[in-house]
Structures are given as C-alpha cells and as structure tokens.
Ligand binder design. Structure first.
Ligand code: NFE
Ligand code: MG
Length: 560
C-alpha cells in the first residue's frame, strides 16, 4: 500500500514550496513539486522603458539579489547589439562572483547543513577532540579548542532555555543522522561563523553595486559605478583596499572551512552520492565575459544529455540559435492558461488557478524544456560542463575531490554531488573575485577609463535574451521591445527549470524525478526527501516570479 505525504511548506528555502510524494516499500515512488505563490512582475513590466526593466526585474527575488538585474540588462544589450566595455564587464563579474560566494555560504550552512548535522548531538561533544578533527582538515585560525568550547557552552545555554527558536522543529536524533558529536559541534561552530562571512561578501557587492540586496549600478551598455582612484566620492583606492580585504577573508573561509566541511560531511554520508540523481540532462551557459563583445568567457557552458559527459555540446557564447529556439515552457500542469508549449519570446503569464490537482494543474511554476526534454541546472550542471569542456581549474578540483571521496565524476550527479559541486563553485567564485579585481586595476592602469557605452533607444521592434549562470543555474530574461516600450517580458529561472512540474507528455521535472527512489525511514519525518529537495537550493520567488494564501487569483495589477 502506498502512502501519500504532503510537506507544506518546505522550510529553510526561499519562497513557498509544497512537496507531495507517495511512499511504497520504504521508498518514494511518485512526487509532485508545487510552487505555492505567484508574482506577476512580468506583467508590471509591459509598457515600460526597457532600460528600467532591470530595476524592476531584480525584485523577482531578494536572495539572488543581483542576478535578475544582470540578466535583464543583458537581454536589452542583446536586443540592441550593444557592447559593454571591459571595465564594466569586470565590475559586473565581481558582483556576480561575490554574490555567489555569499549565496553559497548561506545555502550550505544556514539552509541545508542541519539536514546532515544534529545540533542536539553537538552538546555531548568533546571540544578538544573537535579541535583535533577541525585542525586535521585545515589550518584555519578559528578552529581552536577554546572556540569550540565557547560554542558548546552557548548552545547548551540556548537549549536549556527550552526555546529552540529556529532550531525548534529539526529532526534531531533521526536515524538518518550519522555524524559524531564532535563533527556536529564543528559544523555548528562554523554555522555561526558563516553568518559573519556571508555578510562580508554581501558588503563587497554593496561597495560595487551601491547597495545590497538589489544593486543600483547597472545601465544599458555598462555600469554606473563611478571609478576614480583619487576621488573621495567614487570607487577609489580606499574602497578597493576594503573590497580586497573582504574578498580575501571570505576566500579563506570558503577554502579552509566551507569546502572542507562539505567534503568531510560528504565522506560520512557516501550513500547520498547514489540518491537524488533525477533528471540527468544538464544545461549551463558560459559565464564571466572577458571582452566587450561577449565572445570570450572565463567559464565554459554546454549541454549534457542522459548524464553522459562524452555526450557534451559546448556553448561558446550567449547567441546560440539552437539554444534560444530550443527553449519552451509548458503550462499543461501549471496554474496558467495552457496551450502548446511556447518559446519565451511568445510566452504568456495568464493565471488560471484550479487548486492542487495531482493529475491536472498543481503549481505556479511553468515547466521549461530544452528541445522538449526536462533539464537540470545549477552548480552540478556548470561544474560538469566545465569539466567536460576541459577547464583546467575545475578539472583539477573535481579530480582531487573525487579521489579524496573515493567516488567517480558521475557520482556527482546526486544529492550530495549538488553540495560538493556547489562547494567547488564557491572556491572558484572566491578566487575569481580577486582575479577580476586585479584585472580591473590593470586595465585602469593602462589608461582605459570607459565603463559605459551610451546608447539611445531606437524606434522599431527588437527582441533579445540575456543569459546568466546564477548560483542556482542558468537564468534567462527575454524581452520584446516595440518603439522603445516593452511588449513582452519573460524570465526562465533556474528554480523554474528545477522545480517545474510534469509537462504535457507527463514527464516529471527535476525535483520530482530526483526524490523518486529515495529511502524514507520514517514517513512522519521525511528527512531524506528534504535532503534532496534542499540540495537544489530552491528559490520559489524567482521560480514563479503577491502571495495569496487563499489561493485566489490576484491578477489585478494596474499597468501605467
Ligand atoms: Ni531567487 Fe535565483 C538564483 C535566479 S532562482 S535565487 O540563483 O535566477 O533559481
Ligand atoms: Mg517565467
């Protein structure tokens, strides 16, 4: 007899996600992923000046604070064929990379570590032994016995109050929790430290972008970041020095703490390299442009089908016609009017709410498809694409981690593989932030001080797509412009690719497919399902771009 279970809401994610699944013989046999909120920012954009779109579009989300701004401005630059000077590309690259560092630190420690780490067990740890374990992993200065003793005392005092707050409804003592008290204490201490380090990365983004969340420094054809090393009101020597020190501190944390913790936890939960694979078609776009024409990129992108790295199609830039025309979104099982799947240039956002109908419509997420196939996006896709393309840095890190863990590269297509590839990506992002800062300083020293190409809005009809490899995967914004006003606007977001429902052929999306086959030791406490869902780093605000808790239509948005 199968048993139907609903988890609503899934906590420790961004937004409102409901997961339904059936358990048969201790394993998940079927699953449904349902986004429980709807936003309608695409509709707010219609009729507006496309040069303003990035400011509105980045309000899709406050977690991936910058990515929608980047994608939006790129879609306009793509539509009008506008070049972006190198200085501006480097400023944008630093924003992207530092934002990723912040996002990945928060995801690993604050949103997912407690699926693996038992805080209550940490209370019985020996701080001295904990320090020995931590020091065997790295020479990070925060790993002292005194430090761990202080954290243990803090946690004990906290638990004694009887008010566990955010730790209140964890699955402490669950049979699937396997770490020793000492490793639990080490991770708990790093969880607290991580709060400080994510803030440093956010601060670096704010220096470049004027504020965070939601940067203010983009413009069509470049950035509006005033750069003058000798002026007190601009990005100057003092700001650059501060940024360099923030970036160096977070790089050390990511390399010496986060990365080692993920590998250590991975090595103690090795069976999780076998669960959670799900959809094994992958997409990542090239990222970090290093020239004004967007022809040279620092990280590779491409498409992998059926999990076979030899079956890899490299994408060399963001103008790939087959990619652009191959993307469609199905709304057969989503709370929108349905028709044939549509390419986003022709996409619509017409809500049609029905309640949760497992065989009908059951989510606010559309189902994106590439050449008719579901696709998984995210750090696994980007790291595997870079690996398949032979990017040296990525290849070296992947090979070394796999040999340390005693796994093959293909085992990264899994629940734990998502964490490990995200940890690898964190290190790369931290390194690249400093690289782009050096490149910017070099370019300025050469006398190139241009950071925007001024462009007027032309008359006539234009369309453009802006791709970006965001922390959760490939993001694209699609705009159609008519006489200087937006005629259509669609976003196909990483969490839409991953959280999307079945399509018109009944083929499940990545979350749904990945949960299938997971063990469930205790159906009342489905920790194993949550582990796999969290490994994607869900962001539902992004994915469906006014919450109505009653589930009623709330489409009455006034357009200027
Ligand atoms: Ni709201 Fe996002 C990222 C985007 S959604 S967090 O990364 O784009 O997947
Ligand atoms: Mg969309």
């Amino acid at each position: 007899m199968s048993k139907r279970i609903t988890i609503d809401p899934i906590t420790r994610i961004e937004g409102h996600l409901r997961i339904d699944f059936e358990v048969d013989g201790g394993q998940v046999s079927k699953a449904w992923s349902s986004a429980q909120m709807w936003r309608g920012i695409e509709k707010i954009l219609i009729g507006r000046d496309p040069r303003d779109a990035w400011v509105f579009a980045q309000r899709f989300c406050g977690v991936c604070t910058t990515v929608h701004a980047i994608s939006s401005i790129r879609s306009l630059e793509n539509a009008l064929n506008v070049e972006v000077p190198l200085n501006a590309q480097l400023v944008r690259n630093m924003v992207i990379a530092q934002h990723s560092v912040q996002d990945h630190i928060v995801h690993f420690y604050h949103l997912s570590a407690l699926d693996w780490v038992d805080i209550v067990s940490a209370l019985s740890a020996d701080p001295k032994k904990t320090a020995q374990i931590a020091q065997s992993l790295s020479d990070w200065t925060g790993n002292s016995e005194t430090e761990f003793r202080a954290v243990k005392e803090k946690l004990t005092a906290f638990v004694k109050t009887g008010r566990l707050g955010i730790f209140g409804s964890g699955y402490w003592g669950h049979p699937a929790m396997k770490l020793s008290p000492e490793v639990n204490l080490m991770a708990a201490a790093h969880y607290l430290k991580a709060l400080d380090y994510q803030k440093k990365a956010a601060q670096a983004v704010a220096i470049l972008g004027g504020k965070n969340p939601h940067i203010q420094n983009l413009c069509l054809g470049g950035v509006a970041t005033a750069i003058n090393m000798d002026n007190e009101a601009t990005l100057n020597m003092e700001r650059v020095a501060l940024m360099r020190s923030l970036m160096t501190e977070t790089r050390d944390f990511v390399k010496k703490v986060l990365f080692n913790d993920v590998v250590a936890i991975g090595s103690m939960y090795k069976e999780w390299f076998k669960y959670g694979r799900g959809v094994d078609n992958y997409l990542a776009v090239p990222e970090f442009p290093l020239d004004s024409k967007m022809t040279k990129f620092d990280m590779s992108g491409g498409i992998i089908n059926n999990g076979d790295l030899k079956n890899f199609k490299k994408l060399t830039d963001h103008k790939d016609a087959a990619l652009i025309s191959g993307i469609t979104e199905s709304t057969k099982h989503a709370w929108y009017k349905d028709d044939e799947p549509k390419n986003p240039f022709k996409g619509e956002t017409e809500p049609m709410y029905t309640d949760f109908e497992p065989d009908g419509k059951y989510t606010w997420c559309k189902a994106p498809r590439l050449d008719g196939r579901p696709v998984q996006v995210g750090p696994v896709a980007q790291i595997l694409a870079s690996y398949a393309a032979g990017d040296k840095e990525v290849k070296a890190m992947v090979d070394s981690v796999c040999s340390k863990l005693g796994i093959g590269v293909n085992d990264l297509q899994s629940t734990m593989g998502r964490h490990v590839t995200r940890a690898i990506r964190s290190v790369i992002m931290a390194d690249k932030s400093l690289l782009y800062l050096d490149m910017l300083m070099d370019n300025l020293a050469k006398g190139d001080s241009v950071y925007a190409n001024h462009t007027e809005m032309p008359k006539g009809e234009y369309q453009g797509v802006g791709f970006h490899e965001a922390p959760r995967g490939t993001l694209s914004h699609w705009m159609v412009i008519d006489d200087g006003k937006l005629k259509n606007y669609q976003a196909v977001v990483p969490s839409t690719w991953n959280a999307g429902p079945r399509d018109e052929k009944g083929v499940a999306g990545p979350y749904e497919a990945s949960i299938k086959g997971n063990p469930v030791a205790d159906p009342e406490k489905p920790l194993e399902v949550i582990r796999t869902v969290h490994s994607f780093d869900p962001c539902i605000a992004c994915a469906v771009h006014s919450i109505d808790p009653e589930g009623k239509e709330i489409t009455n948005i006034r357009v200027r």
